[in-house]
Design a protein around this ligand. Structure first.
Ligand SMILES: [Zn+2]
Length: 382
């Protein structure tokens, strides 16, 4: 039994009334553990549920009875269960590791999912002692000098970690986590679950994709033109490492992210070397370039050496100009009026409704546009 439904959605563990029929025997359960797909409504019996039912039928064969009314879900199977013990007692559902596919691996109870409200991540995001890294959109890692732990985010925006990982954390981390611990919603479907149990590679998050494209572009231009498009590689590397997909999309978080993205894509452009290259290899002179910085110098280089028209390049670099405005909107003090003006202009330019104020929607479109910008420039190099 797999957690992934045939329709591709994740099944969720429920406890529901259910009538089971087999060879003229009918068993009505008050509450039976079932795996139900929220998309197509398909209902499956978890392996453990099926086994218990078969055992019941065998045990009662001699009685000749055909109809049974049972309570269904009882705590009986859990009595033998030995949970791994840390210093802190976490709220968990004893049923999860019995009935959710694959969670009975290892010593029973080790892969009990422990649920947290999403704001558990805030401390880890803002505290410089930790790094939160999202390898994919919903599968990440928190690391510090002393420890590292993986987590997932389910469709209800709850954070999930495995009990076995938590009990190995330092005591003070466990107390912090316990404060944000919430009851299980029995819904573990996520790239995190899939990555850990079904060995599915979840692919890089969009922002990691952008970082790889920046590296590829820089390598290609160095090979083909002998030009270092970016400078301060090590510093940029440090910033690149700390950028990951925003999680809560607060103004603060998104502002910091735009600021960092701008640093590695615009501020780290090697203006001096790009200027020298243009002067050496085109009809333009030093004085023509005097006023050009950042994106403007990149624009000039693209027009000169990729034989693109000014309009094409302006269209191409649009996401970087938008990024510049977004930085000002989120990271700087501006009047409400000019902030509104800028947001309206940003939304219009990236093809969103001008009234869109959803940080996550805007972020996703901007990142998609940066990806296609890099892909197009790389395309023109080949
Ligand atoms: Zn389904």
């Amino acid at each position: 039994m797999k957690l992934r439904c045939n329709c591709d959605d994740w099944k969720v563990l429920h406890f529901e009334r259910y009538v089971y029929e087999q060879d003229e025997i009918i068993i009505a359960f008050d509450s039976l553990p079932l795996l139900i797909c929220p998309t197509c409504g398909n209902i499956d019996l978890p392996d453990h549920t099926s086994k218990q039912i078969q055992k019941f039928i065998t045990d009662n064969k001699e009685s000749g009875r055909k109809v049974f009314q049972l309570k269904g879900h009882s705590d009986e199977p859990f009595e033998k269960l030995q949970y791994p013990k840390g210093c802190v007692d976490f709220k968990i559902s004893k049923s999860d590791c019995f009935f959710i596919p694959a969670l009975n691996l290892g010593k029973l109870g080790e892969f009990s999912p422990v649920f947290f409200s999403l704001d558990v991540l805030i401390n880890y995001i803002h505290n410089p002692r930790y790094t939160v890294h999202l390898g994919s959109e919903t599968y990440g890692q928190i690391t510090s000098e002393e420890f590292g732990i993986s987590f997932g985010i389910n469709r209800n925006n709850k954070v999930i970690m495995w009990l076995i990982d938590i009990v190995n954390l330092p005591e003070e981390e466990q107390y912090y986590l316990r404060a944000k611990n919430i009851p299980s919603d029995h819904d573990v479907g996520s790239e995190f679950y899939e990555g850990q149990f079904e060995a599915v590679w979840t692919g890089p998050s969009k922002i990691n994709h952008v970082k790889s494209l920046r590296k590829i572009l820089s390598q290609l231009i160095l090979q083909e033109y002998g030009l270092n498009l970016f400078m301060l590689d090590e510093e940029a590397e440090v910033i690149a490492k700390r950028i990951s997909k925003p999680i809560l999309f607060t103004d603060k978080e998104i502002g910091d992210t735009y600021e960092d993205i701008n640093k590695i894509f615009v501020e780290s452009l090697n203006v001096k070397e790009i200027k020298a290259f243009i002067v050496q290899n085109s009809n333009l002179e030093k004085k023509d370039l005097a006023e050009l910085r950042g994106m403007k110098i990149l624009r000039c280089w693209l027009i000169q050496f990729l034989n693109l028209t000014e309009e094409t390049v302006d269209q191409l670099l649009l996401p970087l100009f938008v990024l510049y405005d977004l930085r000002i909107v989120y990271a700087h003090l501006t009047s409400t009026e000019s902030r509104e003006e800028k947001l309206i202009s940003v939304c219009k330019r990236i093809g969103l409704n001008e009234n869109c104020r959803d940080n996550e929607v805007i972020y996703n479109v901007v990142i998609d546009k940066i990806i296609s910008m890099y892909e197009t420039i790389i395309g023109h190099l080949d």
